[in-house]
Design a protein around this ligand. Sequence first.
Ligand SMILES: Cc1cc2nc3c(=O)[nH]c(=O)nc-3n(C[C@H](O)[C@H](O)[C@H](O)COP(=O)(O)O)c2cc1C
Length: 140
Amino acid sequence: MSKIAIVYWSGTGNTEAMADLVAQGVRAKGSDADLISATDFGPECLDEYEAYAFGCPAMGDEELEDTEFLPMYDAVEPLLEGKRVALFGSYDWNDGEWMELWEQRAEEAGLVVVDSVIAKDYPDDDASADCMRLGSLIAQ
Ligand SMILES: Cc1cc2nc3c(=O)[nH]c(=O)nc-3n(C[C@H](O)[C@H](O)[C@H](O)COP(=O)(O)O)c2cc1C
């Protein structure tokens, strides 16, 4: 059975809700999902997992949250070359540019981005279904 790390940062709960849904999608495939706060994850955790889902909302000016999430992500990304990852996060006032930049960065680092999901604010029914699908996809 594969074990998937779902590593997220969330200031007001929207990306956390997405992480819960991704976990449901993973478990629906019969795989294990660990929900982990960005502050509790790092290079030493990588070997436990077959694949990874990372969640972070749009912060700054179309950027990843830079106090807790980005330092963790900067540390693990170079170690994930060739690994399957899923990306997700919530945004509000722009159009999701931060996710396009994030996907591009991950692909340039050699990660295999299976898909990404964005949700405007709290995930609505469509975004919730997309999160669950993302979980099922990363669990395969
Ligand atoms: C400091 C700050 C910066 C933000 N920057 C952006 C941004 O660049 N683009 C955008 O679409 N939303 C931006 N947002 C909105 C958040 O991405 C949005 O509220 C999101 O739902 C928060 O997710 P969370 O509940 O998981 O923290 C920003 C919010 C804050 C507080």
